[in-house]
Every structure is written in C-alpha cells, then in structure tokens.
Design a protein around this ligand. Structure first.
Ligand code: COA
Length: 219
C-alpha cells in the first residue's frame, strides 16, 4: 500500500478522487472539509477536520495531501498553502489511466478513470484530468488547468495556468489556450484563445472576456 493520504474537499469531485485513490492503493485516512461535521462519513471515509488544520504542524505530519476542489482559485490557493507549509501534494491517478513513460505529471494532479496522457506531454501541478479525457503527444498544461470529462486535446496543444476546458470539447493541434480562459462544453477550438477569454461553439468563438471568473460554480 502507498502512503496515507488526506483528501481536501468531500464534495462530488472529492468522492471521485477518493475512488481513484483507493483503486491506486493509497491509504485514504480522511477528508478535510469546512462544510461537513467532523466524524461524518463520506463513502465510508470520515471528515477529520476543516481545511485550516493543515496549518498545525502536529497534524498528520507523514501524510500526503490532494486537493479535490473543482474551483480553480480555491485549488490553487490551498495547494500553495500546503506546499508553503512543507507538506507533500500527491499525484493520484486511477489505474485505468494510460500514461506514457515519457510524460511528466506535476504534484497534486489528479487523473480520473480512463485518462490517456501520450508521449512527451507535460502536465503541471494541481491539474485535474477528468474522466476519459485525452492529452495527446507534446501537450503542455500549466499548473491548475482543469480538463473536464471526455475532452480531447490533439498534439502540441498548450493550456495556460488555470485554464478550464468544458466537457466534451476538442482542441485542434498546436492551439494555444490562454491562462484562465474557459472553453465551453462541446466546443471545437480551431484557433488560439486569449488569456481570460470565454469561448464556445463549433468552431469556438469568443463569448466575452472574463476579467474575474464569473459564476465559478457553473464551470
Ligand atoms: C461556456 C460557459 C462557461 C458559458 O457559461 P455562461 O457564461 O454562464 O454563459 P450563458 O449560459 O450565459 O450563455 C451565453 C451564451 O453562450 C451560449 N453558450 C453557452 N455555453 C455554450 C456552449 N458550451 N456551446 C455553445 N454555446 C454556448 C449560450 O447559448 C448563450 O448564447 P446566447 O447569448 O445567444 O443566448 C458554459 O456554458 C459551459 O459550457 N461550461 C462548461 C461546463 C462543463 O463542462 N462542466 C463540466 C463539469 S465536470
């Protein structure tokens, strides 16, 4: 069995991360979640505290952590806190994923069931590769990128920090998706997307700029 693991966030994504962690032999000892009572069990795993307990140096000093929050900014902030506190962020990859031995995966990144990461792709820290998504050869994901279920990135695609790709989207080869950009569900992206833009449709066109991430739960 691998090391003990604490999952931060016990919502829908947290339960998915728990499944992936158990299947890949992590010893999941609990969730941290500010919205649920200590002792309450989520799929058999107890809530063992709120998120702020990570600041206590005596709190499970040997455990790894993974941030299971879909919200991009929260995931980035809490991942940064964990690292600043000298704690380890785990890579959790469901065993059904196919990951090239020539691909790189950053700490804190989660790969849910059925993902494929092909040769020489580089995935940054605390990204989410959701169910059955594919990153083809030489793709680059900066930190915090979220790839929704069923997304396909062709070869040499680049996604900037905290970019969000909605479910079922397809990105053509060599396309560059800007930092914090949002690609709508089902879109076909044929040209570069600027930082902070929201694009959708086939071919994907700009809906409007998003200086702050609006309606964050909607994505
Ligand atoms: C693109 C997206 C972020 C836009 O959300 P929004 O800013 O709230 O946009 P609205 O719902 O107000 O729609 C604005 C316009 O864009 C269109 N639109 C929205 N999403 C679209 C999509 N995915 N494809 C095509 N057009 C879309 C709407 O029809 C609307 O057009 P109109 O002005 O002509 O009526 C959102 O629709 C989306 O696709 N999110 C991805 C969700 C997802 O994949 N979640 C996965 C969770 S694991």
């Amino acid at each position: 069995m691998r090391n003990s693991l604490v999952i931060i966030g016990a919502g829908g994504h947290g339960r998915v991360v728990h499944d992936a962690a158990v299947a890949s032999d992590w010893n999941v000892i609990g969730f941290l979640d500010d919205t649920k009572e200590i002792g309450y069990k989520v799929n058999g795993v107890p809530i063992i505290g709120g998120i702020s307990v990570i600041k206590q140096s005596s709190f499970l000093p040997e455990s790894d952590f993974v941030i299971a929050l879909g919200d991009q900014l929260s995931r980035r902030n809490i991942s940064s806190q964990v690292l600043e506190l000298g704690r380890r962020l785990a890579i959790v990859a469901h065993p059904s994923c196919i990951i090239s031995p020539y691909a790189k995966i950053g700490n804190g990144t989660v790969l849910v069931g059925g993902c494929i990461v092909n040769a020489n792709a580089s995935i940054g820290s605390f990204c989410i590769l959701n169910t059955a998504s594919t990153i083809d050869h030489d793709g680059i994901l900066a930190s915090g990128v979220q790839i929704s279920p069923g997304v396909n990135l062709a070869g040499w695609v680049y996604c900037g920090e905290d970019a969000y790709i909605g479910t079922g989207a397809a990105i053509l080869p060599n396309v560059r998706i800007g930092a914090r950009a949002i690609v709508g569900a089902g879109s076909v992206v044929i040209r570069d997307v600027p930082d902070d833009a929201i694009v959708a449709g086939n071919p994907a066109r700009r809906l409007r700029p998003s200086p702050t991430r609006p309606k964050s739960q909607r994505i």
